[in-house]
Design a protein around this ligand. Structure first.
Ligand code: URA
Length: 240
């Protein structure tokens, strides 16, 4: 377990900027293992030491795994000059510590995993692992069995790249069709570009699954929760 500066730990947990945290320490409000702290730069082991601010114990957890139902209009990043980001939707104690696992376009909704577990993140995103990403999409135009076949063969995108075979399932075929699409890669705008290559336009896109992790449909767009132990175990099983 890692030793870290107390002021950094507290700032990451949402107790304010490092400067504000130093003030808390100066006021004698911060205790470590029951003793008031004098030096904000004191090193602590957050998982082991009993840290409290004004009597409130810190519930520190080393690893954070959050499922977010990403709403449209926010960016899958930790910082952006113009738009709100997915971490802006989270409480500070998590926002300061997690990264999104992969990206969804600004107008795409649905399942986004946020974590500080770099190894898991790396494994889920590694092209070698071919982790399935499943999307629900609404498409302007009638999606036909021919399109299903084309997806299964792999589709040549606008830049000449040929995608791996993908699964297209038609849920309803009408002026606006509904489909589920499963891909095992994560090229830029991949789903939209696959349909564009067939002359079809995606008008709504929502990720509903990543590997074994299924979007909890009780989460409205913008809502989040921690993964359950079972979800995490399933994801790590994928982590070969
Ligand atoms: N494919 C896209 O086109 N957009 C996304 O956000 C995800 C997959």
């Amino acid at each position: 377990m890692k030793r870290e500066r107390l002021d950094k730990v507290l700032a990451n947990m949402g107790w304010g900027t490092r400067k504000e945290v130093k003030q808390l320490v100066k006021q004698g409000l911060v205790t470590v293992n029951g003793n008031a702290v004098a030096d904000p730069g004191q090193h602590v082991i957050p998982e082991q030491d009993d840290i409290a601010v004004d009597g409130h114990p810190l519930a520190y957890r080393r690893w954070i795994y959050i499922m977010l139902n990403k709403p449209s209009g926010v960016i899958s990043a930790t910082e952006d000059n113009r738009h709100r980001t997915v971490v802006d939707l989270l409480p500070l104690e998590w926002a300061n510590r997690v990264h999104p696992v992969g990206r969804l376009d600004i107008d795409t909704e649905g399942l986004l995993l946020l974590t500080n577990d770099g190894q898991l993140s790396h494994n889920l995103l590694s092209p070698k692992k071919k982790v399935e990403k499943e999307y629900y999409a609404r498409i302007a135009g009638i999606v036909q069995p021919e399109h299903v076949r084309r997806f299964a063969e792999g589709i040549t995108l606008d830049d000449g790249y040929v995608t791996l075979p993908a699964k297209l399932e038609i849920l309803s075929a009408a002026a606006v069709s509904e489909v589920n699409v499963t891909i095992t890669e994560g090229k830029f705008h991949q789903v939209k570009r696959m349909f564009a290559a067939l002359g079809l336009k995606v008008v709504y896109l929502k990720r509903i699954r990543m590997g074994p992790l299924v979007l909890d449909e009780t989460l409205v767009p913008g809502a989040y929760r921690e993964l359950t132990d079972a979800e995490l175990a399933a994801l790590k099983g994928e982590d070969r």
